[in-house]
Design a protein around this ligand. Structure first.
Ligand code: FES
Length: 143
């Protein structure tokens, strides 16, 4: 029995270079980042105080939380600033297929997703750009 499943998220074009977007998959709030040539995904909840990492500033392979500037490594989920912090976020494997970003989630989360209406899986832009980008965001399996 498969324990993981790939879920189609959104067109690659909906996540601008060096920016993040939040997506809800079966109740999981995940931040997906476009690092140019590859996409990285972590929990969209800063381990410090829950800040929305998808709204953070991408620097190299890290994102700086928009609330208090903690820095998280997007490849492994570890907090790199402050350096003495042992907190680590969950990371999610991604892949691109025919111009669409896919996320690997547990089969349990995937089954929750399948029970939801399509609108539950929505890729939402960073708060600051919501008015501009929302019309371009196609929620999921229909991209
Ligand atoms: S909530 Fe992210 S640094 Fe405070």
């Amino acid at each position: 029995m498969k324990t993981h499943k790939w879920i189609r998220i959104t067109s690659c074009d909906n996540i601008p270079l060096r920016e993040g977007r939040a997506v809800n998959v079966g109740g999981l709030d995940i931040a997906v980042f476009n690092l140019g040539g590859r996409f990285l995904a972590v929990d969209n909840r800063c381990p410090h105080n829950g800040g929305p990492l998808a709204d953070g500033i991408v620097s190299g392979t890290t994102v700086v939380c928009p609330l208090h500037a903690w820095r998280v490594d997007l490849e492994c989920g570890a907090v790199t600033k402050p350096a003495d912090t042992a907190a680590c976020l969950r990371t999610f494997r991604t892949r691109v297929e025919e111009g669409v970003v896919l996320l690997e989630v547990s089969a349990l989360q995937a089954s929750v997703k399948e029970m939801c209406v399509e609108e539950e899986i929505a890729c939402r832009p960073a708060a600051a750009t919501v008015a501009v980008l929302r019309p371009n965001i196609e929620p999921t399996d229909r991209v």
